[in-house]
Design a protein around this ligand. Sequence first.
Ligand SMILES: *Cc1c(COP(=O)(O)O)cnc(C)c1O
Length: 440
Amino acid sequence: MGHIIEIPLGQTLSTGKPILWLNPEYQADKGFQSSELTLSDIHQADQRLRRFAALLQQLFPELLSSNGLIESELLSATNLQQQHYPDLSGRLMIKGDHALPVAGSVKARGGIHEVLCHAEQLALEHGIISSNDDDYLKLLNADAQALFSRYEIAVSSTGNLGLSIGIISAALGFRSVVHMSVEAKQWKKQRLRDRGVIVVEHSDDYSAAVAAGRAASNADPASYFVDDENSPRLFLGYAVAALRLQQQLIEQQIPVDAEHPLFVYIPCGVGGAPGGINFGLKQIFGAHVHCFFAEPVQAPCVLIGMLADDKAHPDSVYQAGLRVDTEADGLAVSMASGWVCSVIEKMLSGVFTVTDDELFINLFRLCQSEGIDIEPSAAAGFSGPAWLTETEPGKAYQQQHQLESSMHNATHLLWTTGGLFVPAEEMKKFAQRGAQLSAQ
Ligand SMILES: *Cc1c(COP(=O)(O)O)cnc(C)c1O
């Protein structure tokens, strides 16, 4: 593993070799304040999801057991740790968003939150409900359905955001349009079409699909565009995960404090989902949580975005000589959200990059050791613990933040971001590829 921070980083990145980049602007103690958003905004997003819980249970029977909350388990990864992280002191855990109900990926909290914001606003404006304390099941009656059917919700996606937005907006009765970029898997498009969603296929990359989808939606006053590059509503929905994780850590009696640091490794595409989680965790745990994002070697758009002097206008990975091509469709993004990069400027500890081979090997290892199936994107974080504990930049980070003496008490959390809906035959191919690579 190489450690390369020297400029020109563009040229170093363009070799396509994995690296760990430490964010020089990270501030452990005060860097988690944002000028725009606060912990109270996250609580409001959580409250909104709870207001809709009864309605969501009606629409999605899989939510009956969780009383309408869309949440995943916090799992210990004992077998995985014993077999594949034998030298890791501290505890290895998994935040299982691969099994997040309704949308099957980390996109569920953010995407559903944003659609609910819009539906709630329309319902209030048109008198379907009179206040936030009203009975939200009224959104299922004929008046509401007639109202929502006059409006469109559109989004651009590499696959999973489209699933999230498409499924919830169609279920609520909206006209739903999903613009899919070139890497979107066929089965994800089919799953949406089966639910009455209009899928527009683009032959270009994700940033281009966002530009096209945004332009088409803006031309229609009845259309609302979920803008993955600039969306506080998505971001706050993602951030709710931090409140839920806090609760789960308490229930499992896992402390997070100066003696018990928490390291979180999250796969990253445009930056919204990991950024929201990073923001939320920082509001709760402050200096005691350390968030690292994982990006494909060919698509480290947030790493490049964080290098920019003007965070609001990030360069694309093409400008660094990279090609975006990766089997991690959820992470195949050429340009980061400049807005997210600005918000997390001082909160993000660092970014490491991963090859596609590593994704399949780690996917296979998880399946073998824990019986958990995930999609390739969701395996991107698995090299995080080794970066932090076995490499020069990782050790430098520990030293900088005086973590060496508490590493044996650390919790290393792998965030598995998607996989629930992957068809069995696709899953089998992924695992076979991982098995072959492991045997080499
Ligand atoms: C979208 C996605 C991510 C990353 O989220 P961004 O908001 O694009 O950064 C990670 N994993 C999976 C499986 C995803 O679908």
